[in-house]
Design a protein around this ligand. Structure first.
Ligand code: NAP
Length: 307
């Protein structure tokens, strides 16, 4: 009997998020396809991922966003396209949109977003158009009338959380912690595998058609002050706070060229300027409310793994 679950094509399946989306798709029993660039098949760093995908029953198709013929052929085999190319390649999706339109069979497209809401994050004068590029792709999708869902998750847990939002560190501080601004602006951290599980749950859900899903699970929405307090309780020690004002942070951002200032940029956009509206948005479109069956990892649970 044919599966009633949508067939999903993942573009960027050998990437960090793309592989997690593939795992979630397989777990949810979706027939899963991946578009893989020819170079990946001879890359020793990618071979184990490719073998894992093949062993898991994923159909791998050779192609790329620039290879129009193979791209359209791949799209024609599925119902849903999820793109997870990196933020540097976001505008390459301009090649994907006409291909989806031409294939004519796609009932849902998830563009490569998976961060802050690009329509609500207003730091484009200093962020090298990071968010403007994602917003540009949204407008093209909407202009072409392609059915879509946008996934907003703020930060992956591997970004900024391992250092407790301390630029230049990869582990949490044990003596002193820098606090940018007043430290009270809240951000969200979601584990990549949870972002993937929420994304796959939305694939066949009519509630999320042509909508944006916001991931802000309870337990994962925290200010830097709250993060430091949680960490202090875990290590049984108070940290000295060193406060950096918004003006000082902006000066530091301007002193370093993009992308070397990326940590400071994201700290500024999420934890100083902040997207206050992110928390006011219709809670019926919050991922953990839509899909309460997903047992997501909380920030506290993640921090336990760093002890
Ligand atoms: N919220 C956050 O904290 C956060 C953090 C990181 C990323 N993100 C977002 O997550 C998304 C995915 O990022 P990522 O870091 O997981 O990406 P990644 O690991 O760099 O993976 C990129 C993938 O895209 C593939 N690819 C690149 N160019 C391609 C092309 N022209 N045609 C077909 N495939 C191509 C790569 O294939 P090869 O294997 O052949 O190179 C790879 O599989 C992005 O939208 C990014 O902004 C969010």
């Amino acid at each position: 009997m044919a599966s009633s679950k949508s067939k999903i094509l993942i573009i960027g399946i050998t990437g960090n998020l793309g592989l997690e989306i593939a795992k979630a798709s397989i777990n949810a029993s979706h027939p899963t396809f991946g578009l893989v660039r020819a170079s990946a098949f001879s890359d020793p760093n990618k071979l184990h991922k490719i073998q894992f995908l093949l062993d898991s029953g994923v159909t791998l198709l050779k192609g790329s966003l620039q290879d129009e013929m193979n791209l359209i052929e791949a799209i024609k085999q599925v119902d849903v396209v999820i793109c997870a190319v990196s933020s540097m390649q976001v505008l390459d999706q301009k090649l994907l949109i006409p291909a989806i339109k031409q294939a004519g069979c796609i009932k849902r497209f998830f563009p490569s977003e998976f961060g802050a809401d690009p329509d609500r994050t207003q730091v484009s004068d200093i962020d090298n158009n990071f968010y403007a590029r994602k917003a540009e792709i949204r407008r093209l999708i909407e202009a072409e009338g392609i059915p879509h869902t946008y996934i907003c998750c703020n930060f992956f847990m591997t970004v900024l959380l391992p250092s407790l939002v301390q630029p230049g560190r990869i582990t949490p501080p044990t003596d002193k912690a820098i606090v940018f601004g007043d430290g009270n602006v809240k951000g969200v951290f979601v584990k990549q595998s949870d972002v993937a599980a929420f994304t796959i749950s939305a694939v066949d859900d009519p509630r999320t058609l042509n909508r944006t899903i916001y991931l802000r699970p309870p337990g994962n929405v925290l200010s830097v002050n709250e993060l430091i307090e949680i960490w202090e309780r875990k290590i049984g020690k108070n940290l000295e706070r060193i406060y950096v004002t918004e003006e000082e942070l902006l000066k530091k951002i301007q002193e370093r060229p993009y992308p070397y200032n990326w940590e400071l940029l994201f700290i500024y956009s999420a934890f100083v300027k902040g997207d206050h509206t992110y928390f006011d948005i219709d809670s019926s479109l919050e991922g953990s409310r839509l899909y309460p069956h997903i047992k997501y990892t909380t920030v506290s649970e993640y921090l336990d793994t760093l002890l």
